[in-house]
Design a protein around this ligand. Structure first.
Ligand SMILES: [Zn+2]
Length: 360
């Protein structure tokens, strides 16, 4: 049987660092295996496979991709160290990825939900607000435990971001999602959409650029994480420039949120909100950018917190094991401790998925 010897250290969680480890078959173990042959030695700091909490596999700027392109996207993510993806909505049914042991683990939100003319075309399941509860339950049954909805978008008549759904529609939808054992997350840029989402019982918030101090306190108290997607928020300046002629209020708001982006993430962190790391790869952003997103977050909060967010904290939130004895060997090895030198995420020594060295 194939054996890898990881010379360590191995970061398991906030409290557990192991000196060294072995990979035997597809499992990690901390006891030296009784094994007569040679073990392949890999030196460096080991972390659990990175988790991209907001990634779209099977989506590009024109809508659904074909199967081959979806596999290419997931491969690019994998080779950058992302071994677990919570897909934040895709127009392509990517459940075939579950049957591919060479692909990252995938937790799908099925199709994201929006209203006609209130989101990018060809991306979402576009519905009337009264149908939200039925559709949310339907997508919850099709996905892997998550549904994703678009909570706000530009409304042309208003000339600014406005919510897509009422609090009651959201509350009814989340109740139906929870009843089938799934959780809900939502795209939101605006301030106005946050209160209704929190009141209705949302489980996670994407982007969250409009959250104020009160929202942060509620999210912290209830353990509702926020995925700040700083690479996406960096596009806000461009969105403002595009919209400025017709929608000056929108442009002004987007610019303000862009300027405050690092301060905003620091405020979330200091309020005790659990932050998770997401690239928003798929629509306009490329795949494989988790190291870049993590480096962006480390401009606002400690690198050690970013690494925890990108690994064991995200795994715990999704109910997927970290590198405990006997668990699947899904890990990345770096030449230095990424908590000290976060840029090292861009140059992994080895990426190991289900015990196989998939990139080196
Ligand atoms: Zn997204």
């Amino acid at each position: 049987m194939r054996v890898l010897h990881l010379t360590g250290p191995v970061l398991v969680d906030d409290h557990t660092v192991m000196d060294q480890a072995w990979v035997v078959g597809d499992k990690i173990t901390y006891g030296r295996p009784r094994h007569s042959g040679e073990a392949t030695v890999i030196e460096g700091t080991v972390v659990p496979g990175l988790v991209d909490m907001h990634c779209h596999v099977g989506l590009d700027s024109g809508g659904a991709t074909d199967v081959d392109l979806a596999l290419k996207q997931a491969t690019v993510d994998r080779d950058a160290g992302t071994l677990l993806i919570r897909d934040a909505g895709s127009p392509l049914d990517t459940s075939f990825i579950h049957d591919r042991p060479d692909m990252p683990r995938l937790i799908r939100s099925a199709r994201f939900i929006a209203r006609p003319k209130r989101y990018l075309r060809h991306y979402a399941r576009e519905i009337e607000p009264r149908d939200l509860p039925d559709v949310a339950e339907d997508e919850a049954r099709k996905g892997d435990g998550w549904v994703k909805l678009i909570a706000d978008w530009i409304e042309r008549d208003a000339g600014d971001l406005t919510p897509l759904w009422t609090t009651q529609q959201l509350a009814d939808a989340f109740a139906r999602v929870h009843a089938v054992g799934a959780r809900a997350t939502a795209h939101t840029f605006s301030h106005e959409a946050i209160g209704p989402l929190l009141d209705a019982g949302i489980d996670c918030i994407e982007h969250g650029t409009g959250m104020d101090e009160d929202h942060m306190r509620v999210a912290a108290d209830r353990g509702i994480p926020v995925v700040p997607t700083l690479l996406q928020v960096d596009n806000f300046e461009g969105f403002a420039a595009l919209g400025e002629g017709k929608y000056p209020a929108y442009a002004e708001r987007m610019r303000r949120m862009h300027q405050r982006r690092y301060e905003h993430v620091r405020d979330l962190y200091e309020s005790g909100v659990q932050l998770l790391v997401g690239t928003d790869a798929g629509g306009t952003l490329g795949h494989g950018l988790l190291p870049q997103e993590a480096a962006e977050m480390a401009k606002a909060i400690p690198a050690s917190a970013v690494i925890a967010s990108a690994t064991w904290k995200a795994r715990e939130f999704l109910g997927v094991p970290t590198l405990s004895e006997g668990e699947s060997a899904d890990l990345v090895v770096y030449p230095e401790d990424p908590r000290v030198a976060i840029d090292v995420l861009k140059t992994p020594t080895a990426v190991v998925l289900r015990g196989d060295v998939v990139a080196r």
